[in-house]
Ligand binder design. Sequence first.
Ligand code: GCW
Length: 842
Amino acid sequence: MLRLVLLTTLLLLDSPESVIAENGFDGWLRYAPVHCGKSCQRLLPSRIVTLNGTGNNSIDTATEELQLGLGKIVGKEIPIERSDCDSRSSILVATADQYRQACDSSLDLSVLDEDGFWLRTSDGTVQILGQNERGALYGAFEYLSLLSQGNFTNVDYRTNPHASIRWVNQWDNMDGSIERGYAGPSIFFSNGQIVEDLSRVKQYARLLSSIRINGVVVNNVNANATLLTDQNMDGLARIADVFRPYGIQIGVSLNFASPDTLGGLGTYDPLDSAVITWWGNVTDRLYKRVPDMLGYLVKASSEGQPGPDTYNRTLSQGANLFARALQPHGGILMFRTFVYDHHINESIWTNDRANAQVEFFKELDGQFEDNVILQIKFGPIDFQVREPVSPLFANLYHTNMAIELQVTQEYLGQQDHLVYLPPLWKTILDFDLRVDHKPSLVRDIVSGQRFDRQLGGWAAVVNVGTNTTWLGHHLAMSNLYAYGRLAWSPTEDSQGVLEDWIRLTFGLDRRVLETITDMSMASWPMYENYTGNLGIQTLTDIIYTHYGPSPASQDNNGWGQWTRADHDTIGMDRTVKNGTGNAGQYPAEVAQMYENIESTPDDLLLWFHHVPYKHRLHSGKTVIQHFYDAHYAGAETAQHLVSQWDSLEGRIDQERFDHVRKRLVYQAGHSIVWRDAINNFYWNMSEIADEKGRVGHHPWRMEAESMELYGYEAYAVNPFESASGYHAIVTTSNSTSGTAETRVEAPSGKYDIAVNYYDMYGGQSQWTIYVNDRIVGSWQGDSEETLSHTPSIYLDGHSATRITFEKVDVHQGDVLKIVGVPDGVEPAPLDYVALLPPGIAD
Ligand code: GCW
C-alpha cells in the first residue's frame, strides 16, 4: 500500500458524547454523527457523481452507502447524479477505466491491482477510483470510515490488496445450527432450507464488504449433501443476489460422498466416470443459477468425513475431481489440509498429529490443478492459544496456499472471554520460515509472492449468527474487523487497526479509545496466562465443549492433542533426535532452533520438548512455577477488566455497556475457575508446591461441603480440579430446596462475597445469599440463555461460575446462608463462598 499524503488530525473528544442505545446490529458501520463545524461543512461535497454509461451493482451500492453515510455522519443530504466528468464539489465514484475514458486519459492507474482503489480528497472534491467496481466500493467505505473517525483532512493515497482470496467461512448447518457458533442460529439456513428473509444477510454483506472481504462460503465444511437439491440451489441463488451488489461472491462446501448419498450412484470414487459426470452436472446447475460463484470448499478424509481414501485414491485425485468440474466456469477449489488420523496411539513416543499434514500433502506438491488452493490452518494442530506456524507452509513449492484463521473463538473463550486475536495472528503471519535460507514470511507465502503463485490468500471461520451482536459479544467484533484489515494489508499494526474499530464502534471519546485499547491489547496474553502456557495448548476440554479447563482430556485418547504430563515431566518431544521428528519438518534454520532446547523460545518450549517440571526456562523460572505465576497473573488482569469498563459508564450507550459488562464480570470469575483448575491439576500431578504458597491455599474461602447442610449433600466433582477442595454440594432432590450455612469467623468489616456455583444445561436453579436474615443477593443459573459458550450438562470447568457481591457489611459471628432451589436437572450446585477483603481475588 502506498500512502502518498495522509495528514491525520483526528478529532478526539475528552468529554462523553451523547449516547443513544444500540444493539450492535450496525457493527462498525454506525455512521454516528461527528461534529463538523461551519468551515468543515462548507468543504463537504454537495453531490455524488457516477459517470455516464455505468449502471452496475457495486458502484450503485457505493453511491447509496455514501448518501446514507454523509446524511448520518455530517447531516448533509446530497443527491446522486450521473454526469460527464464534472467533478466539482462532488464525490466522484468510478472505475479506473471509466475515469480514464470520461475524464483524464493521462492518469496512470496501472498502479492499481485488482480490487485496489485510489482515494483523493481535496477541499470539497473527492475522487474514489477503483481498479474495478469492487475497488470503488471499498474506496467509498474507506472515505466514510475517515469521516466517521473525524478525519476531514485532505488525503491522496492508493491501496492494493495483499492477496486475491479474502474469504470468510461460515460453519452453518442446514438445520440452522452453527458448528462452533456462539451467537444464535444461522442467518442463512433453517429447517433444511434457505431462509426467506435475507435482510440479515444484506447487513452481513455490508459489514464484510466494508472490510474488503470478497468471498463467503455459506455452509459448514462438515457439509450436508442436501444443499444440492434444486430447491436449495435456488435458495443459494437468492443468497448470491444479496451479496453481489457488495462485491462478494459466494462459495459452497461439499460433502465428498454426495454422488452416493444424494445421487444414489452407489459410489463416490473420484476416478469413476459416473461420479465425474455427476459432479460436472451439479456444478453446471449451480453456475446456471449463480454464474459468478466462487467455487467450492472441501473437507475430505478428515474427522470422519468421507474422502478419496475410501477408494485408495490420493487427496490430490480427490481435489482435482472438483477442480476440473469448476474449470469451465472459472471457479476455485479450496481444499482443506486439516487431515489427520484421530485414532493414534499415545503409547508410541514418535506418534504425532502435528506431523500429519506435511506427511499427507508434501508428496502431492505439484499434483494439484491450478485452480486448487490448499487451505491450511495457521498451526499444525487446531487454533490453540499458541502454536508454531504450520510447517506445511514451508513444504509446498508448486501448490497454491491460503491461511485459515478463526474469528469465532472456539478454543479461546467462545465469545464469553474478551480475546483480541490479531497479536496471536501476527506471531504466525510475521514468522520467517527461512525456506532455502531465504526470507519466507508466512504472509508472503500465502499471498503467493514467495513461491511465485498466482492464487493465494486468506480464509477465516467467522460463524456470525442471528444475535444482534453478530458474534455474541460486542467486543468480539474487533476480531472480524481486524481480520478483514489484515487480509488486505497484513503489515498493519494490530493496535492501530483496533483503534480504528473502537472509534467506529464506540465513537471518538478519548477515554473510551484508550480503555478499550488497553483491555483488548492485554487480552490474548492474559488468556494465554490463565489457560495453557509455554506451548502446552489451551488445556480446555478437547473431547467435549472446547470451553473450560480440563487438562486431563488432552491425553489418553486418539485425538493427538497430547501434553504427555506425568508425575515428573511434561511436554511433547518433537525433536528429531529423540522425539516425533516434527521439528525436522521445518526448513533447516527453523528446525535447528526448535530442535535445541536452548534456542527454543520459552513460549513454545512444551510444544517441542518434554522436560521435568523443574526445568529452568530462559526466564530463570521453573516450568511449574511459571504455570502457577502465569495463572495468577492472568486472572489478576481479568479482575481489572471490570473496573476498566466501569470507568466508561455514561460514555457508552447503556445497552451495549450492560451487555459487555455482564460478560466481563463473568470472565473475571471464570478466569479464577481456570486459574485454580490448572494450578490444582499440576500441583496434584507433580506434588511440587507453589513457591508463593497460593496454590491449594485459600484462606478466605469457606467450602460449601464444610458448611452445615440441610437438603444439600456433598458431591465429588469430576474432573476433580474444577471444584475447590475437589467437592461441591448438590440438593438431595431435584424438587426441594437446600440450605448451606456457616458462622462467620473472620473479623467484622466490609467484604466482597464471591460464590462459586455451577450453571448447567437443563435447568435454571435459583440461589439466594443471606447474612443473618438480610438478603445480599440472588441469582439464577440461566447462562445457557444469556451467555454464548457451549453449556455443559455436568459440574465441571465449563459450568463452574463465580459471582461476586461487592462491599457487603459482615460481622464476626453472623450467619451466612445460601438457599438453593433446584430446577430441571440442575441441583443448585455450590462450590464455595469467599469473604474477600478489598483487592483480594482468592
Ligand atoms: O477443531 C475442529 C472443530 C470442528 C471443526 C474442525 C474443522 C468443522 O472442533 O468443529 O469442524 O475443527 O476445522 O474441520
